[in-house]
Design a protein around this ligand. Structure first.
Ligand code: NAP
Length: 284
């Protein structure tokens, strides 16, 4: 990718903070979006330990920049910001930060991003649906908020560490949410939509979070994980005739909302999606 705008002393630095960050495609889509809108910014990825997170968030934002936070720091980031958005307060997770009037603001654009990705995938909201969420980390909290807002009738959460799933349900689940404690208990259950919010699939050698060949019955699946190619879960689900999509569309949609927080104008999601598709075509 060629950078058309020169980096100068007035260029704003936006950064993705996480560990690992090497898998992230956010720099590709955000730099393409800034170029398309001729905005003077540069987006980089920094591998950051939890001890440096708060200092980097404040420092970058105070210098006129901002950024995103990814795993495993989203929960910690929620405690760092001075002005958490409603989505941050509700989920206890923050993925986007910036400075306004001397205060560090934080939002969780994964909530809106996932909602929009689900609408793209299923051609509309999931009013009345039964949803299974696999995982109970920061992404699971965003997923639970998104599907409850969207009118899901019942949401079940299954996570390797049961106590973590209980904590998510207690924090924000309400009457429509329950826990499935063991993987054996999942067998044969029926859902309208399955969301994988675990990190399984990031590494090629990861086991599947769920066997799409009949472990549960569901016509649609959205894997929040994305890789330059297709995730194994999506590939196997499609082979079973399940309408499956990976986390690329959510990446684009949450990135579009984050772009708006930094620049005050809607993110060009068409440009971001095109850039992602171009990269993926090259990776195949
Ligand atoms: P996180 O807070 O670190 O949570 C990780 C989750 O994965 C936990 O539920 C954890 O279970 C589970 N897990 C990890 N290793 C496992 C294993 N070996 N077996 C079973 N479960 C395992 O991470 P996160 O922020 O929620 O992110 C999760 C994934 O979502 C990442 O791959 C991230 O890239 C993706 N994501 C994508 C987008 C997007 O825009 N597409 C946005 C947000 C997140 P335990 O609780 O038992 O450890």
């Amino acid at each position: 990718m060629t950078r058309h705008l020169p980096v100068t002393t007035s260029t704003r630095t936006l950064a993705l903070l996480g560990d690992p960050v090497s898998h992230s495609l956010s720099p590709i889509i955000q730099n393409a979006a800034m170029m398309a809108r001729e905005l003077d910014g540069v987006y980089v990825a920094l591998r950051v330990g939890s001890e440096d997170l708060a200092g980097l968030m404040r420092g970058l934002a105070a210098a006129g920049g901002g950024g995103n936070v990814t795993l495993p720091h989203k929960e910690r980031a929620a405690a760092v910001v001075d002005r958490p958005s409603e989505a941050v307060r509700r989920t206890g997770a923050c993925n986007t930060f910036w400075m306004e009037d001397g205060e560090l603001h934080g939002d969780n654009t994964d909530v809106e991003g996932l909602k929009r990705a689900i609408h793209t995938h299923l051609a509309g909201p999931i009013q009345g649906a039964r949803v299974l969420i696999l995982g109970a980390g920061g992404a699971a909290r965003a997923a639970l908020a998104a599907v409850l807002d969207d009118g899901a009738a019942e949401v079940e959460i299954h996570n390797r560490t049961v106590e973590r799933a209980r904590a998510v349900a207690r924090r924000m689940g309400g009457a429509r949410t329950r826990i499935v404690e063991s993987r054996a208990e999942l067998q044969g259950r029926t859902y309208d939509l399955v969301l994988n919010t675990t990190r399984l699939g990031l590494e090629a050698e990861d086991p599947l979070p769920l066997d799409p060949a009949g472990e549960v019955e569901a016509p649609a699946l959205l894997d929040l994980v994305y890789t330059p190619g297709e995730t194994e879960l999506v590939r196997r689900a499609r082979a079973e005739g399940i309408h499956a999509m990976d986390g690329g569309e959510m990446l684009v949609q949450q990135g579009g909302v984050a772009f708006e927080r930094w620049w005050g104008v809607p993110g060009p999601v068409d440009v971001m999606r095109e850039e992602l598709d171009r990269l993926r075509r090259r990776a195949r």
